[in-house]
Design a protein around this ligand. Structure first.
Ligand SMILES: *Cc1c(COP(=O)(O)O)cnc(C)c1O
Ligand code: SF4
Length: 369
């Protein structure tokens, strides 16, 4: 489906060794960002007018690596990155369903839980996911995050001694240069009450070339550092993304994953189980599966909540416990993440509890009194 000429270009760039430090910038520079480029690649197989209308509101960026993962029109990779007119036709969603702005004492920082903060340090990504919960600002050139804003965030963290965990997110923090990111990490490490630092990133999945030996050398100076990667589909686990995760793991960084439950992408217990198993194979520990947020423009990706429970049921007990993430709803209105479990308790009184195992067999546990 990808045009011949573009295909050659892709092969040349994508298959390059991950070690070449400038490759990722070059690839990012060759991203598809407008409907003309997309039309060329899709050989006229798209509705240019509709794509243009969507991009005007929500930007598109698909770097050649991520683009090369598409096998055919409307496959799970396509759906994640190609604009869809339904993004503009969503009657239900909210710009900021999690009320991140309301719980934000300084711009870009959300302090919701007692001991940790969400700190947005970059509003750019290596590709723009159509289902992004921060669609309202991610990728918008007028909503860039300034150095001044980051300094305000750091100042807030310094003043609030209860903050022991800082979660850098965005956009994608790993799109910042090594030097700029190191400045942020260094400033945070100067604060004694900040015990752990986490980075949420889609880079190992969306542009693994960004994970260079130099970046890993820099990151490992700021332990304890944790990275949460973001994969949605088994097709995203490639030799290159596996290599990127291996390099981060070898730098001593524990990796976990977040996955959003998306209609037409991964709303199938078989697909999700395969994804969780493959993540473990690349040393990534599944952490969260999210019910899709009630974000404006992503209604067509939302599934029933029951689907998520069905998925956990199909994983728990049937494969390694390490492959079982928490299925959560990030509560609309800003209540934080709430876990949902299949119901394993059949009956309970003050003497016993009757339980159902993963196969549906019943077991009674008598309580000690
Ligand atoms: C998800 C989130 C966190 C981190 O939550 P954990 O459950 O500790 O991973 C922190 N702050 C905000 C606002 C969040 O949305
Ligand atoms: S990588 Fe994350 S922040 Fe960026 S567009 Fe995708 S979901 Fe949104």
């Amino acid at each position: 489906m990808i045009e011949q000429q573009y295909e050659t270009l892709l092969k040349k760039n994508v298959v390059q060794e991950i070690k070449n430090i400038s490759v990722w910038k070059e690839l990012l520079g060759k991203s598809v960002v407008n409907e003309e480029q997309l039309d060329l690649i899709c050989k006229g197989n798209i509705d240019k007018e509709k794509i243009r209308a969507v991009i005007k509101r929500y930007p598109m960026r698909i770097n050649p690596y991520y683009l090369s993962l598409i096998k055919k029109k409307d496959d799970p990779i396509w759906k994640q990155c190609i604009p869809d007119i339904r993004e503009l036709e969503d009657p239900e969603g909210f710009e900021d369903p999690l009320c991140e702005e309301r719980d934000s004492p300084v711009p870009g920082l959300t302090h919701r839980y007692p001991d940790r903060v969400l700190f947005l340090v970059c509003n750019q990504c290596a590709m723009y996911c159509r289902f992004c919960t921060r669609k309202r600002k991610v990728g918008d050139p007028f909503k860039r995050i300034t150095k001044k804003q980051i300094m305000q965030g750091i100042e807030y963290i310094r003043k609030h001694k209860e903050i022991r965990d800082v979660l850098l997110s965005g956009g994608d923090p790993l799109l910042l240069s090594d030097a700029y990111l190191e400045w942020i990490l260094k400033e945070l490490r100067k604060i004694p009450h900040v015990k752990i630092i986490r980075i949420g990133t889609r880079i190992p999945c969306a542009l693994p070339h960004r994970i260079t030996p130099e970046l890993c050398e820099m990151l490992k100076k700021y332990h304890p550092l944790y990275i949460n990667v973001h994969f949605e589909h088994p097709d995203e686990i490639t030799e290159l993304s596996a290599k990127a995760c291996e390099m981060l793991s070898d730098a001593g960084i524990p990796l976990s994953s977040q996955t959003v439950l998306l209609k037409g992408v991964n709303d199938d217990p078989k697909v999700m189980k395969e994804l969780m198993q493959k993540l473990l194979e690349i040393r990534v520990r599944p952490y969260y599966i999210y019910q899709a947020d009630m974000t404006k423009g992503i209604n067509h990706f939302r599934t029933k909540v029951e689907k998520g429970i069905e998925i956990i049921k199909a994983i728990q007990g049937w494969t390694s416990g390490l492959a079982v993430p928490h299925f959560v709803i990030d509560s609309p209105g800003g209540g934080g993440k709430i876990p949902l479990l299949p119901n394993y308790v059949v009956e309970r009184d003050d003497k016993k509890i009757v339980l159902k195992n993963y196969k549906g067999n019943m077991y009674t546990y008598i309580e000690h009194c």
